[in-house]
Structures are given as C-alpha cells and as structure tokens.
Design a protein around this ligand. Sequence first.
Ligand code: Z5A
Length: 209
Amino acid sequence: MTGIFITMEGPDGAGKTTQAKLLGQYLTDRGRQVVFTREPGGTRISEAIRQLVLDPTYGEMADKTEILLYAAARAQHVRELIIPALEEGKVIICDRFIDSTLAYQGYGRGIDPALIKTVNEMAIQGVKPHLTLVFDLEPGEGLERIKERQKGEVDRLEGEGLAFHQRVRQGFLAIAREEEQRCKVVDARKSLEQVHRQVVQLVEAYLKG
Ligand code: Z5A
C-alpha cells in the first residue's frame, strides 16, 4: 500500500476539522490526491453507527457497548474506505481514529486499554496511521469554541463533565509520549494560521523521512 494515512486527534473543539481542510488544500496544491474522512463515520454503515453512539438520548449505553460500536464503525471504515485509498496511493486525512478510543473510553471512562487494543486489533486489520497530529488544548477552551458553533447543543460525550475531558486530554498527551515517532503534538491554542504552519512543518518533516 503506497498511500499515507494521517490522523488528527485531540480534545473536542481543538481545531482538527478546520486544520484537516487546510492541510488537505495544501497537499492538493502540491499534486497529492487527498481523501478526507472521520471517525466514527466515513462510510454509510459507519455514519449510521455514529448517529447511534453519539445520540444523547442513549444515556444508558454500557461502556463495553460503546467501545464495540466504535470498533464496528472502524472495521467497516478501514475495509471499505481506508485500505482501498491506501492501495490507490492517496493521502488519507482522518479526523480521529483508535487513539480517540484509548483517550475517551480508556483514559476518560477507565476501560482497560488492553481490552480496547484487543477489540480494535480485529477492527483495524493491521492498518496503522503513519503520522498522528495530536491537537492539544485546554478542554474548557475547546468546549467553549464548540458551544458557540452549536448554539448550546451537545452530543453524548460533549455533555460529560470537565474532569472527564481533562482525563481525555491527559490521555492524548500520554499516548503521544508513548509513541513519539508516530504522534506529534500541535499547540492548538494559537491562531488558525499559526496552527496551520505547525501542521505543515510536521507533515513536511514526515514526508522528507
Ligand atoms: N469518540 C470517542 O469517544 N471514541 C472514538 O473512538 C472516536 C470518537 C473515534 C466525535 O465527535 C466524538 O466521538 C468525539 C469523541 C468521540 N467527542 N465528542 N463529543 P465529533 O467528530 O462531532 O467532534 P470532534 O471530533 O471533537 O470535532 P469538533 O467538535 O468539530 O472539534 P474539532 O474538529 O477539533 O474543531 P473544529 O471543528 O475545527 O473547530 C471548532 C471551532 O473552533 C470552530 O468554530 C472553529 O472555527 C474554531 N477554531 C478552530 N481553530 C481555532 C483556532 N486556532 N482559534 C480559534 N478558534 C478556532
């Protein structure tokens, strides 16, 4: 597989989606074929699972149900979209992937990371990101950015307390420390342009090998 798989990770509202688009444009302008996608989602079935797993009316959802639903969405996404795009030599920019399960369900909810890894081994079918950009921002700041955009509406995870989101943030930073070759931390507090410059530098450094 000759493509490049880049994932964007970090707390809610850290600017991943915005920066994914800017990076996509930057790479397209340099002749790369870019595919944008997201998790949970990216395919018809995975988007249907997204509706279910983020719906705030399912407050009774058990922790293990939640990790299995994220993994099910991921299995379809990897098989139907990510592997074919990698085989076609494209650059895939994916808004969240397995690190989000480790951060939200592992560090956030306290589910054993070994269990998360076991469940996800089947889902990812050996596919791992080449480069992961971890957007780091105080959760309070990220949630404020989102609230403004969503006019007060929140999904099932955004509605968790600040302590949960603090654990998630620390989880992302711990993952980045454990896998420093793959994961690069981006200071997401800066302006859009400054964050974009950091992203470009990190991607160019990866591409130059
Ligand atoms: N989840 C999980 O628990 N387990 C898993 O395995 C997976 C996911 C895969 C997906 O929701 C949820 O699923 C997520 C984790 C969970 N948590 N929740 N809740 P989502 O995809 O809807 O949410 P998100 O990934 O957090 O995306 P987001 O809310 O859209 O945030 P973002 O993509 O990081 O930020 P953004 O949309 O680019 O920007 C947010 C706002 O800030 C927007 O108004 C921008 O204009 C503004 N912005 C962006 N950058 C800046 C800067 N630099 N300065 C000022 N303002 C900025």
